[in-house]
Design a protein around this ligand. Structure first.
Ligand SMILES: [Zn+2]
Length: 371
């Protein structure tokens, strides 16, 4: 398996669609290769078949290793029909097709091959740690559980191989997702005065949420925080006073915002006595573009791709939100060969040239970190 495109095809063949996930076979496949190359490999399952891999090579007292991370799960195929087989690794021109090829099995393949290039030369160097996670899609659950284990060890900087078209992104927004549950009292629809309408309460809260002001400064790269009410459910029949209603809220935050304070403001906005059921609470990730290592990453990308990167941040969430906390907020870049616009699309594809290019980028990052 000497070529990153061939290895990406092998990873595509594992059906890791989440839900249900079932990353185990794919994780064991990657782990077995790493073991063969001399890595110290550990597996972690937060539930049946939801397997993450942590693999380490090298290591020294004076400097922590470089962490390379990616997720093994992919999203569902969607309701539109694919014109290509999502698991077979079909190609056309420079495009390689498949579910998860951009998001982000090509990134994982390139990281694996870059790691293999150094399998004989990392002793007595800071070394590297590969973290391949389960269940990133829909809440970064795998990395959240992994961060609670002792398996992650140390890292001095982190590369997240999510799709960026080989351009380094210096962070992404944070996210808070919750359901607000409103209670009322049921009554016959012809006698609403005998009931307590939960939908009215929810509707008043939604109007307040729409007008909510974050009072946060715009971030120079990520812009302003946002809020979206994504779901609204309530009532059991047209002739009943609804006794319950549920509203789903998705907030995207920028660096510098205090999630705890924001949540308590949210609670007063939706009203007293409303039950809040948290879905996820993930911090933003941000590395100052002037950070020495972030600049080295930008130079290395420029050397390989010939493109001058400008300062960018990703719009999507990554496992970095959890891993970053476990590693003590080390400098982090999101950088991978996939096409950002192809993530979660029907007929998802990635450029084979970029996949091969990214192996060189990751190799140079490892060389730079370990020499
Ligand atoms: Zn992803």
């Amino acid at each position: 398996m000497s070529d990153a495109v061939a290895l990406t095809k092998s990873l595509l063949r594992f059906d890791t669609i989440n839900p249900p996930g079932r990353e185990r076979d794919c994780a064991r496949f990657a782990g077995a290769m790493l073991q063969e190359w001399g890595f110290d490999v550990q597996y972690f399952e937060y539930s049946e078949e939801r397997t993450s891999v942590v693999a380490r090579l090298g290591g020294s007292e004076r400097k922590s290793p470089l962490c390379l991370t990616g997720h093994l799960d992919v999203v569902a195929l969607g309701s539109r029909k694919w014109s290509k087989d999502p698991f077979a690794g079909e190609t056309a021109g420079d495009k390689l097709y498949g579910r998860g090829v951009s998001d982000m099995k090509s990134g994982v393949a390139a990281m694996l091959l870059a790691a293999r290039s150094f399998s004989k030369s990392l002793s007595n160097t800071p070394g590297i740690v590969l973290v391949l996670t389960a269940a990133e899609e829909g809440g970064c659950i795998g990395s959240q559980h992994l961060a609670q284990t002792q398996l992650l060890g140390r890292a001095g900087a982190m590369v997240v191989g999510e799709p960026t078209g080989n351009l380094p992104f210096v962070g992404h927004k944070g996210s808070i997702k919750f359901y607000a549950r409103f209670k009322g009292k049921s009554a016959h629809g012809s006698m609403p005065e005998l009931g307590d309408n939960a939908v009215y309460k929810a509707a008043r809260a939604v109007a307040k949420l729409e007008a909510f002001s974050f009072k946060a400064k715009k971030h120079p790269v990520m812009g302003a925080p946002t809020l979206n009410v994504g779901t609204f459910q309530g009532g059991a029949g047209i002739n009943l006073v609804p006794d319950s209603a549920v509203v789903g809220v998705d907030i995207r935050t920028v660096p510098g915002m205090d999630h705890r304070k924001l949540l308590s403001r949210m609670k007063s906005a939706v009203g007293k006595g409303v039950e809040i059921e948290m879905q996820s609470d993930l911090d933003p990730v941000w590395t100052d573009p002037k950070n020495e290592w972030a600049q080295r990453v930008a130079e290395i990308c420029m050397d390989v791709t010939g493109k001058t990167p400008k300062t960018r941040a990703a719009t999507y969430m990554t496992d970095a939100a959890n891993l970053h906390k476990a590693y003590g907020r080390v400098p982090t870049v999101v950088l991978g060969p996939g096409e950002p616009g192809q993530a979660h699309q029907t007929d998802e594809y990635a450029s084979m040239e970029r996949i091969r290019e990214s192996v060189a980028i990751y190799e140079n990052l490892i060389k730079d970190w370990c020499s």
